[in-house]
Each structure stands twice: as structure tokens, then as C-alpha cells.
Write a protein that binds this ligand. Structure first.
Ligand code: SF4
Length: 374
């Protein structure tokens, strides 16, 4: 078994559910930080108790809204993790944070505890859009959050934005990209809105109150972001992610190269190079199990021949680094290159272009089929 160099910790708490979100969350007005940190210590003991202490390169607190743990909660969580897991010098420690939680004091406390990267959920700079999304912050809070992060010495911060909003929602995507650039982030993550059934948005959609963004708007906004961010010095290094040179997310990049990672907390996934496992999603059940010293495992799977090929192809095509191709695949690759969907280095590597990324699922399925036939 490969020891993980990367650890993901899921912190499920949110103040309310955003209109589009189907993540595994626990809505809490008052966050039970001490209860959660104690339970996470139990899971660490259960899962890592008889192993050597791992040394890890990246630690990522995702959610949910990890910043809702506040100053003391994040500090206690990091101390708990460090009792079993060593962070190598220069390790990337990311905290997902909502703007309203990033106060001057919190940012300083997180930095002192070891957080050196923030992933800030901005989503839009239009206040009426933020209200429609059920976000708990306004546009001004995003700028204040960035100011506090920088004042605390956290210069490595990413902003999340959502594009391709439904028809009828008045929003200038171009303006949102410009407002984000004015805040000088080192990284941006851009996600096209999808309508998930068990969400407020899903219900509005099924009642006919909203209509999904047409494909043309999705494509135009994706391509606008690619061009504008490239001109501002960002590398579009993965279908949804843009980073300044040297500021790519090291944690997320590990997922895309198939590296082993550990996952802790409700719904967290872990992978050892062959086997993937994931925890129960409901906070109450995860808490019950780890408190009773039971493994919070929900399900697991092994990567075998076919699904390993599918995963390698999909992950490779997501990234600018691309994928090695074999001689029997070159005829298919030529079609993609001629269409402007991919580049080929003339040796053995292809990478999708932004036009190719707009067809990612179909192209990955196509190449997987070709690859599994020889
Ligand atoms: S803050 Fe994030 S995780 Fe929580 S409901 Fe909103 S989108 Fe989902």
C-alpha cells in the first residue's frame, strides 16, 4: 500500500444551504467545533493508529465551510492532525473559507496555526446574484476578506466563481472576471452552474421557474475567462482551474495525477493507488461511528483494468499536462487536432485545448473506448 502524501479533511458545517449546492453538509447556526475536532481525533486514531506517522506535502480543509470553525476550531484541528501526521517544510495547507468568516483576527490566527493558502468562495460580485444563490455574504465582504488575508500575510489565495447562470438572471460575467482580477488572486477556480435535483435550484427548475443556461452562454463565458485570464498571466492548468506560475493547487494537482491521498471526516474519499474508499456522508452517522470506535466507511471500490483506463484518460485530459497516447490512438488524436480540440507534441503526448475541454466528457469516453479495444 502506498502511504499518502496528501490529506483531505471534510468539515461539513454551513450556515445555510446555497441554492445550487448538493454537497454533503450539516447546516448549523452554532458550529459544534469541539465535538467535531474530538471526533476527527478518533477517526485519526482508528484509521492511522497502528501506522507510522505519515509525512505529507499537502493538507486541504474542504467542505462545507471549514472557516466556520473559527480561529480556535481551526487551530485545534491542526494541532490534532499534527499529533499523527507530519507536515513537511513548505507543505501547502489550504482552508476553504467564506468571505464573511475571514476577519482580521481569524486570518492571523489561521496563519499562526499553519494555514498558508485560502480558497475563498466568492461566486459573483453582483449582490442580487449572491442573494439568488442564497450566499451569506455580499460583494463588499469579498474585498474585505482579501484585505484581511493579505494583511495577515496569506498572499496565496484562490477565488471561486460560478459561470453559466440560468437564463433570466442578470449578470455580467465579464464584470465578475474583472472584479476578481482587481483583487489580485494567485489562483481562480471557475465552475459552470449545474442544476442538481435535490437543491432549491433543482426545485425551481422542475417547477419551470428557471431555465438552464444555453450551451452558447456556457461556451462563451468559459472561453472569455480563458482568454482574459491568460492575458493577465494565469495558466489554465486544469479544465476549471487557473493559477499564476508556481501557484497551482498542489493538493488538487495530486488528485489529477492519480497520487494516493487520505480522507477524513464525513463523506471524505481516500485512495491508495488501487483502492478507493469513502466515509458515510451524514455528520450524525459519522459522529456516531467514530465515537463508538467503528470505521465510518460507507463504500469502497478497486480500480481494475477497465475503470483504471477510464480514470487515467479522464484525469489526464482534464489537465494541461495531458496524456500519453499509443500508436493505435493516433488516428483519433489527428481528428481532434484537426478540429482544434487538442494539441499533439509529435511524440506521444496530447492535451486538450479550451475548445476540447468544452467536450471533455465525450472525448474522454471516446478515447477510453479506443484504448480498451487493443
Ligand atoms: S457554503 Fe459551499 S458547501 Fe456550504 S452550502 Fe454553500 S456552496 Fe454548499
Amino acid at each position: 500500500m502506498v502511504l499518502p502524501r496528501h490529506v483531505y479533511v471534510h468539515v461539513p458545517f454551513c450556515a445555510r444551504r446555497c441554492s445550487y449546492c448538493d454537497f454533503s453538509i450539516a447546516v448549523r447556526r452554532v458550529v459544534p467545533s469541539s465535538e467535531y475536532v474530538a471526533a476527527l481525533a478518533r477517526e485519526l486514531e482508528l484509521r492511522f493508529g497502528d501506522r507510522d506517522i505519515c509525512s505529507v506535502d499537502t493538507l486541504y480543509f474542504g467542505g462545507g465551510t471549514p472557516s466556520r470553525l473559527g480561529s480556535d476550531g481551526v487551530r485545534d484541528l491542526l494541532e490534532t492532525i499534527r499529533r499523527r501526521i507530519e507536515l513537511v517544510p513548505g507543505a501547502e495547507v489550504t482552508l476553504e473559507a467564506n468571505p464573511e468568516d475571514i476577519t482580521r483576527d481569524a486570518a492571523r490566527a489561521w496563519r499562526d496555526a499553519g494555514v498558508n493558502r485560502l480558497s475563498i468562495g466568492a461566486q459573483s460580485f453582483h449582490d442580487d446574484v449572491l442573494t439568488w444563490m442564497h450566499r451569506t455574504h455580499d460583494s463588499a465582504a469579498i474585498a474585505r476578506a482579501v484585505e484581511h488575508a493579505r494583511a495577515a500575510g496569506i498572499e496565496n489565495y484562490s477565488l471561486d466563481l460560478i459561470f453559466a447562470l440560468p437564463q433570466g438572471i442578470t449578470r455580467s460575467w465579464e464584470l465578475d472576471v474583472e472584479r476578481a482580477l482587481e483583487l489580485e488572486p494567485s489562483h481562480l477556480s471557475l465552475y459552470g452552474l449545474t442544476v442538481e435535483p435535490r437543491t432549491p435550484l433543482g426545485r425551481w427548475h422542475s417547477r419551470g421557474d428557471v431555465t438552464e443556461s444555453p450551451d452558447e452562454r456556457y461556451e462563451a463565458e468559459f472561453l472569455h475567462a480563458h482568454g482574459r485570464l491568460a492575458s493577465a498571466g494565469f495558466e489554465h492548468y486544469e479544465v476549471s482551474n487557473f493559477g499564476k506560475p508556481g501557484r497551482h493547487s498542489r493538493h488538487n494537482s495530486a488528485y489529477w495525477t492519480g497520487a494516493a491521498y487520505a480522507g477524513l471526516g464525513p463523506s471524505a474519499h481516500a485512495f491508495d493507488g488501487t483502492h478507493r474508499r469513502w466515509n458515510v456522508a451524514a455528520y450524525a452517522e459519522w459522529l456516531r461511528r467514530v465515537t463508538a470506535c467503528e470505521d465510518p466507511l460507507d463504500e469502497s471500490e478497486s480500480l481494475t483494468g477497465d475503470n483504471r483506463v477510464a480514470e487515467e484518460v479522464y484525469l489526464g485530459l482534464r489537465t494541461r499536462r495531458g496524456l500519453s497516447v499509443a500508436v493505435p490512438e493516433l488516428a483519433r488524436v489527428k481528428v481532434w487536432v484537426d478540429a482544434g480540440w487538442a494539441t499533439y507534441d509529435g511524440n506521444d503526448r496530447i492535451a486538450l485545448t479550451p475548445l476540447g475541454w468544452l467536450r471533455l466528457d465525450a472525448l474522454a469516453a471516446d478515447l477510453t473506448l479506443v484504448r480498451s479495444c487493443y
